[in-house]
Design a protein around this ligand. Sequence first.
Ligand code: CTP
Length: 409
Amino acid sequence: MTLDQKRILLVIGGGIAAYKSLDLVRRLRERGAQVRTILTKAGAEFITPLSAASLSGEKCFTDLFSLTDEADIGHIRLSREADLVVVAPATADLMAKMAQGFANDLASTVLVATDKRVLIAPAMNPYMWNHQATRRNLAQLIADGVATVGPNQGEMAERNEMGRGRMAEPLEIVAAIEKLLAEMPATDALKGRRMLVTSGPTHEPIDPVRYISNRSSGKQGHSVARAAAAAGAEVLLVSGPVEIPDPSGVKTVHVETAAEMLSAAEAALPVDIAVCAAAVADWRVDAVANEKLKKQEGRIPSLSLVENPDVLATLARHSKKRPRLVIGFAAETENLLAHAREKLKRKGCDWIVANDVSPETGVFGGTHNQVHLVTANGVESWPSLSKEAVADGLVRKIAAEFARAGGKA
Ligand code: CTP
């Protein structure tokens, strides 16, 4: 059975497609999954908690403030005791709540409280699907790492209305669930391992108000930290200045400069694994001005730069506490693989995750990444994936490496 023992938490929103979610419950259980359902208030206008409970074989949860529900299991446990959270149908309203982080009923609270990956199957009228607000919310959810399936093109419940907005069919949702779960590392894949991750850019001050930096968003590094924690590792994330939140279940240290990143990384040793995903500024200003540099008629200041320490190379060449597996990233705009191979040697690391960051790829700051895993044994090219999926894939590879070496990687 493809979903044997997998725990799916299914949030059923208020749309006509809710009836298809009952079929989804049946299909999931046929494949061996354990399904728990949450029915929103609007969802209960379309189907009953009794039908969801009968098909899932478990109580259907509806009310955040129901004392019996809370005493029974509690919304936090409900959100954590799952391998995957699925929202089907994901209405425009539920998507808006998710994008904003609302937590005013059981479904929205569980979606904010979960540390698991979330798959949404949107379903709504095509006008609602195409509305700017829904577009914005969808973009936000994708940026937050939420996976989507559908909606499909076709006839709507409203007579004579055609367009995109029909919820994906139950079997399509099942396929998306199977794919996501197959991508995900097991929850104990890195149990007992300590992992250090660097992420984001660094800011190298010029004066008290100006700095040198780059366009790194920290999304890829933060996703790796999240994925490793979800796989049971004890994770320390050293993050440069980013706009995204600290991942849950990860100890995060915030730094500004390359020098600070290096000391925080060294302080984290010993670790089993180090993943350097940060886009560390290569240079810093030699003499940082104590006061703001003032404009002077006809005089353009020149900055004298010195090289920053290399965090990755320092860890990879650490005489006493070299992590057993040291992984770097290579952000290139040309000759990707040649540069990556050269970096692997120069920095002394074990693997390089190489990605093309030319502006036309949209990788820097974007949600997707197409990477090549370069090791001493060769190159493995991955398809374009969400940064979450790249992180899951990398964590799976790391876990396999430790398993292969019998814990002695
Ligand atoms: N890196 C680091 N410390 C630095 C520079 C880079 O830890 N001072 C790490 C990055 O985190 C990444 C890898 O080295 O894992 C490669 O970074 P990249 O910017 O691609 O390489 P550079 O060493 O800066 O080389 P170049 O500028 O020639 O591409």
